[in-house]
Design a protein around this ligand. Structure first.
Ligand SMILES: [Zn+2]
Length: 277
């Protein structure tokens, strides 16, 4: 399987993020590693064949250093983990920042609306999205303030506006697009490059799960090429296997399960890497 949604951060930033969780949430993340080789080893032990990781620039002036660290970390891991870049719209030239990150080995861009205090459809990202699309790289966007707030309709309008402007861009919406998962599924016919990742949604003990309600396995079967396995490891307050177990419990047909756990992510990575070759 391929895990399309994990996190690695430079040590100081990771310590600050752990402090934030300790002070602002009930989540117990203590048992999970943060050092890149230790995170990679845990994923390898869990049977992960490849993983995608990212961080985020929550303020201007840090994206370039962060991207350099992400690319160097991927090289250090022998390419087992592949990074997504970060940009900040208040930086002088975020298109150049992205271009340099893609040249250094990043396969796409992670945007986190809540942490970065940005909107996905901010016109300042237009050049960034055009660059991503032209290079086959993908956008992974955390839309809205989940899991801290569940405001229906808060993110999907912005995401579909991006897809309307950039129909060639592969877009993955984090956390299954909660709480608008069904609306995202409904938008998939009009937007053939719209995907959802499973991150934190199917694990039995996940704090995100309870707020989403019932799952319709039929939606996944009908859009089997658009759902991608992801976990948020190592920032999860439960064991790694829980997400996979929760997905397995849906009873999906074998070919659909294979697409979710492996095939769809492999295709996204292939498009991004193919464009590099
Ligand atoms: Zn995440």
């Amino acid at each position: 399987m391929i895990d399309l949604h994990t996190h690695l951060h430079p040590p100081k930033l990771f310590a600050a993020i752990r402090r934030w969780f300790a002070e602002n949430s009930e989540w117990d993340l203590g048992a999970n590693p943060t050092e890149p080789h230790a995170v990679a080893a845990a994923l390898r032990d869990a049977g992960v064949e490849r993983f995608v990781f990212f961080s985020y620039a929550h303020k201007p002036g840090m994206a370039r250093d962060l991207n350099a660290w992400l690319a160097a970390t991927s090289r250090d891991l022998g390419g087992y983990g592949v990074p997504l870049a970060t940009v900040h719209p208040d930086d002088a030239d975020c298109i150049r920042d992205l271009r340099d990150a893609l040249d250094a080995g990043c396969l796409g861009l992670k945007l986190h609306e809540d942490v970065q205090r940005v909107h996905a459809d901010d016109p300042r990202f237009d050049g960034v999205y055009a660059e991503l699309a032209s290079r086959g790289a993908f956008l992974l966007v955390h839309a809205g303030a989940i899991p801290w707030e569940y405001v229906p309709g808060a993110g999907i309008d912005r995401v579909t506006r991006v897809l309307e402007r950039f129909p060639e861009l592969n877009v993955v919406v984090a956390h299954y697009g909660a709480p608008d998962s069904e609306a995202y599924f409904a938008a998939m016919d009009a937007h053939p490059r719209l995907h959802l990742d499973t991150t934190m949604v199917f694990a039995r003990d996940s704090p995100v799960r309870g707020d989403i309600g019932a799952f319709d396995a039929g939606s996944i079967v009908r859009h089997a090429d658009r759902v991608v396995y992801g976990t948020d490891f190592p920032n999860i307050p439960y064991e790694y296997d829980r997400e996979r177990d929760g997905i397995a419990a849906l009873g999906l047909p074998a070919d659909v399960l294979e697409a979710v756990m492996h095939g769809n992510a492999a295709r996204l990575l292939r498009e991004a890497e193919g464009a590099r070759a």
